[in-house]
Design a protein around this ligand. Structure first.
Ligand SMILES: C[S@@+](CC[C@H](N)C(=O)[O-])C[C@H]1O[C@@H](n2cnc3c(N)ncnc32)[C@H](O)[C@@H]1O
Length: 265
């Protein structure tokens, strides 16, 4: 009987996966890729990656080798012929829990393959925010565990001292969407990913404020016009107007951010 060979447990997406020959040029590129910011994702759904990250600016940056993405297929580390990855919760209750031994093998495979801390995506974790995206972008990369079912055996988190990070105060069926959201926010901060570096310094959450309202052509739409100051060409006045709008929006919509900013000043 012939056995179907197992797919490799890890898969690289982006530039690294399409480099073919060892000509001097590709060797240069390989060196650059060896240093590229790297995301490594342990997941039961490797086919969900790169997903939306393959589009637009993050996708172009991935193809250009400004960052790289490796998925580790948790199923490949499963138990037995059916490669089981989960079991019933100790103490009873609904659902299934990802097994410690299976996840441990996947983590041991992932550790050492790329740099950066390991985090577990979890609604119990510290809430992801712009500062965390900035911190991650300044590291050589990040490794993420996407949970499924009722989550992961606690012993894995304790043993490897893994920090938990949440996308927000809601529960999703798995960590994959959270991973892509956090990677999008982080990758766009990497040097060279956005054409205009100013766009990351003058946007919501860059200095504790929400962004001012934006307008573009046509000058009149449905009887509504663009605020006159924006059409004045007077850069000083425009900057003052935008700052005042940003402050007012933050004060009324996000008193938590407003208070935090004022306490810092
Ligand atoms: C159904 S959830 C498990 C929820 C868990 N039983 C609880 O109550 O905390 C399955 C997986 O989805 C991911 N997930 C769900 N909501 C998330 C969030 N807000 N942020 C990050 N990951 C999340 C986690 O990886 C989690 O292990």
């Amino acid at each position: 009987m012939t056995q179907t060979p197992s797919p490799p447990p890890s898969k690289s997406h982006g530039r690294k996966s399409i480099s073919a020959s060892a000509t001097p040029r590709s060797l240069t590129e390989d060196t650059r890729l060896a240093r590229a910011w790297t995301a490594q994702i342990i997941t039961l759904l490797p086919q969900a990656f790169p997903g939306v990250l393959a589009e637009s600016l993050t996708g172009k940056a991935l193809r250009d080798g400004l960052w790289q993405l490796d998925t580790v297929d948790l199923r490949q580390f499963g138990e037995g012929r059916h490669r089981n990855v989960d079991d019933t919760p100790a103490g009873g209750g609904a659902g299934m829990v990802l097994r410690a031994d299976v996840m441990g093998r996947a983590i041991d495979h992932a550790l050492g393959r790329s740099p950066g801390p390991l985090v577990y995506l979890s609604p119990r974790g510290r809430r992801f925010d712009q500062q965390m995206a900035r911190d991650w972008a300044s590291l050589p990369g990040i490794k993420m565990i996407c949970g499924r079912f009722e989550g992961l055996d606690q012993r894995v988190l304790d043993h490897y001292r893994i920090a938990e990070v949440s996308l927000g105060d809601f529960v999703m069926t798995g960590g994959e969407i959270a991973a892509q959201a956090m990677l999008d926010a982080t990758v766009r901060l990497l040097p060279g990913v956005l054409g205009n570096a100013d766009s990351t310094t003058d946007e919501s959450h860059s200095d504790g404020l929400l962004e001012h309202p934006q307008y573009t052509r046509p000058a009149e739409w449905q009887g509504l016009t663009i605020p006159e100051v924006l059409m004045s060409g007077h850069h000083g006045e425009i900057a003052k107007w935008r700052q005042a709008q940003a402050q007012e929006l933050t004060r009324t919509r996000r008193p938590d951010l407003w208070t935090a900013r004022r306490t810092k000043d």
